[in-house]
Design a protein around this ligand. Structure first.
Ligand code: FAS
Ligand code: PHB
Length: 394
């Protein structure tokens, strides 16, 4: 098979890029290791920045998002028995975020791809990349027992943190930056009304907690947990009891508990690979960077990478600008590192790192300062709604 772009991975990055290129007549084939059902079973992000929702509208896959998404104009930071609302709209110059699960984004993009008839392979095995420094890189894989070979002009590595793309770059041609956090997030999904119509991020001496939602009858909650914890160590009752300990009393009165329909533990890390390109291979989303989910940036950073690569590929194919693709990595990394900083800062501010009372008091003082200062509130709001995308070179 031949195509212009081979896309490795059918998570949000791969599906969104494939859809955008398809609409511009830039041929592409998606190769995904898992089944569609498996991809959709992973419960992940829940908050979309305006840049992400705008891009999903450009991809013409957003009708359901526009109908069902929950607009959030603020969120609460709880600490030291107090709760302060961060007015996103007021302190970000009128912006907001949208509550719409990554699972739904992925489902909408999968449906759009099927409707378009564009080529895709799920449950692809033994995916390998070849000749990525040549003008005609090759992707090989096995599909339903048959060897497949795709000759292309560009490869988008949208295959996440554990994918094959970043591993295909020689170790002496890539630099890795990493910070692994000494705790994880235990998350549950329950068919219960959310505790609040807005998210609550809670700092507590027992550890961090987050109250989120997917709809008015589907709630998403997280508690910070030990890296030694296993999901089976946490009964639903233990989870609800711990969540209540970590929330302000006036919030817990609104809590409706119920059976978990999903329960999982996610490790937290900050990670960046530089550069994000090598020859004709471009790393996109989690293949290139990871953020702790405290700043709700992971999926949104993937979207801004897709935005950049999509526009550079359009310039390459529609305006014959062969030079611009060399700017992909530097364009993406400027915004990525700012989001890495914000995600690291929110994580450092809100989580329990030790039993050191001084550390906890400093965190409480920082929270009290930022939530009582116009400058502090603006800093939180403009980062949370998403910093501006880097302009595409003309
Ligand atoms: P993804 O990892 O989503 O997709 C990569 C795809 O590539 C997968 O489908 C995988 O099966 C496939 N693949 C892997 N290796 C392959 C190979 N060799 N060949 C072919 N295909 C291959 N972000 C938030 O904003 N908020 C959150 O609360 C949040 N929670 C998260 C919880 C967890 C457990 C994880 C892992 C991430 C979380 N994230 C969160 C971040 C997450 O949403 C990512 O940013 C988002 O999935 C990025 O999308 P992709 O770049 O498409 O990568
Ligand atoms: C979620 O709804 O899953 C969610 C929301 C905000 C975050 C992290 C996760 O910062």
């Amino acid at each position: 098979m031949k195509t212009q772009g081979a896309i490795i991975g059918a998570g949000p990055s791969g599906l969104l890029l494939g859809r955008l290129l398809d609409l511009q007549g830039i041929a592409n084939i998606i190769i995904e290791a898992k089944s569609p059902e498996y991809v959709l079973s992973r419960i992940r992000a829940g908050v979309l920045e305006q840049g992400t929702t705008d891009l999903l509208r450009t991809a013409q896959g957003s009708d359901r998002m526009d109908r069902e998404g929950l607009v959030h104009e603020g969120f609460a930071l709880s600490f030291a028995g107090d709760s302060r609302r961060i007015d996103l709209k007021k302190y970000s110059g009128g912006k907001s975020v949208l509550g719409y699960g990554q699972t739904e984004v992925t489902k909408d993009l999968m449906d759009a791809r099927i409707a378009s008839g564009a080529t895709q392979f799920y449950e692809a095995e033994q995916v390998t990349l070849h000749d990525i420094e040549s003008d005609h890189p090759v992707v090989r894989f096995v599909h339903q027992g048959t060897q497949q070979r795709i000759e292309c002009e560009y490869i988008a590595g949208c295959d996440g943190f554990h994918g094959v793309s970043r591993q295909s770059i020689p170790s002496d041609r890539i630099q890795l930056f990493e910070r692994v956090y000494p705790f994880g997030w235990l998350g549950i999904l329950s068919r219960t009304p959310p505790i609040s119509h807005e998210l609550i991020y809670s700092h507590h001496e027992r550890g961090f907690a987050l109250c989120s939602m997917r709809s008015d009858n589907l709630s998403r909650y997280y508690v910070q947990c030990s890296l030694d914890d296993r999901v089976e160590d946490w009964s639903d009752q233990r989870f609800w009891d711990e969540l209540c300990c970590r929330l302000p009393a006036e919030s817990t009165r609104q809590l409706v508990t119920g059976a978990s329909i999903e329960k999982s533990i996610a490790p937290l890390r900050s990670f960046v690979a530089e550069p994000m390109q090598f020859g004709r291979l471009f790393l996109v989303g989690d293949a290139a960077h990871i953020v702790p989910p405290t700043g709700a940036k992971g999926l949104n950073l993937a979207a801004s990478d897709v935005y950049t690569l999509y526009h550079l590929l359009r310039l390459r194919y529609q305006d014959r600008r062969h030079d611009v693709l060399a700017q992909y990595s530097s364009l993406c990394l400027r915004r990525i590192w700012k989001a890495e900083r914000f995600s690291w800062w929110m994580t450092s501010l809100l989580h329990k790192f030790s039993d050191d009372p001084f550390g906890r008091k400093i965190q409480e003082a920082e929270l009290a300062y930022y939530t009582s200062s116009e400058a502090g509130l603006s800093t939180i709001a403009e980062n949370y709604v998403g910093l501006p995308y880097e302009p595409i070179p003309n």
